[in-house]
Design a binder for this molecule. Structure first.
Ligand code: CAA
Length: 259
């Protein structure tokens, strides 16, 4: 894989692993760092040998937020003209599933990055929070929208309005923000294991399942069910559906070709 300045990129079998690597700034998400994340994700998305991705940070910090030093002198008009932070959302166009493996701080933009992923696993010492209010701003990369959907209104209000109510790993699990808590030193392996499992399935069904689930956040139940049914019907045009159902009938393991 290509070399980047702020991230490490490697493959583990069919899984693309991205490790945020600005340790001195606790992986603060500079514009450049996010450009690199999106480029690496796009390149894995286009790689036929990769079926899912994992994004992680260090044991101390997944990411401590947007880079405060980089943005502190920004003006409204510049932000508006360049649609500041708008490019972060490019990662939501990625078709293959992305798992966030969060150790340590996932604050502000770090929490928002994790929430733009499809599954979040937490290391035991993970801390999720949205401290932007203490800087005189608000979350700017989805926190006010995605956190509510993950943990409900009252908790999201408490987290975002105080800026200092954080969720530890156990609380994040209780509220449904994360789906699993793992000892810190096993976190990445566990995330890669789940990503490998996903990558062993047929890509058309995995990608349509991801898209259909994400639709549920955007559209009415009726429209979401319609998307689901059309995808379900369409999958009968794939070789993987024929193989998957033939393998079941013949009592053997399927071999998916992603076609
Ligand atoms: N931006 C820029 N630099 C950051 C940073 C950030 N978000 N977070 C940490 N750093 C830097 C620190 O400035 C420090 O650099 P120096 O060594 O040059 O002083 C280095 O990382 C280590 O940090 P600390 O010394 O503060 O480490 P700590 O262990 O004492 O504290 C912390 C850790 C509680 C996470 C603390 O660093 C912190 O509060 N960070 C800021 C968290 C924050 O406010 N995040 C929200 C940012 S705004 C945002 O994200 C907007 C959005 O919605 C997208």
């Amino acid at each position: 894989p290509k070399q980047y300045d702020n991230i490490l990129v490697e493959t583990k079998g069919k899984v693309g692993l991205i490790t945020l690597n600005r340790p001195k700034a606790l992986n603060a998400l500079s514009s450049q760092l996010f450009v690199e994340i999106n480029e690496a994700l796009r390149s894995f998305d286009a790689d036929k040998d990769i079926g899912a991705m994992v994004i992680t940070g260090s044991e101390k910090a997944f990411a401590a937020g947007a880079d405060i030093k980089e943005m502190k002198d920004n003006t409204f008009i510049d932000n508006y003209k360049k649609n500041f932070l708008g490019h972060w959302a490019e990662m939501t166009e990625i078709k293959k599933p992305i798992i966030a493996a969060v150790n340590g701080y996932a604050l502000g933009g770090g929490c928002e990055l994790a929430m733009m992923c499809d599954i979040i696993y937490a290391g035991e010492k993970a801390i999720f929070g949205q401290p932007e209010i203490k800087l005189g701003v608000i979350p700017g990369a989805g926190g006010t929208q995605r956190l509510v959907k993950a943990v409900g209104k009252s908790k999201a209000m408490e987290i975002i309005l105080t800026g200092s109510v954080n969720l530890n790993a156990t609380e994040a699990l209780q509220y449904g923000l994360v789906s699993k808590v793992v000892p810190a030193d096993q976190l990445v392996d566990e995330a890669v294991k789940t990503a490998s499992k996903i990558a062993s399935m047929g890509q058309p069904s995995v990608q349509m399942a991801k898209e259909a689930i994400n639709k549920s956040f955007d559209v009415s139940l009726d429209a979401g069910l319609r998307w689901e049914r059309i995808f379900f019907q369409a999958l009968f045009g794939t070789a993987d559906q024929k193989e998957g159902m033939a393998a079941f009938t013949e009592k053997r393991k399927p071999t998916f070709t992603n076609e």
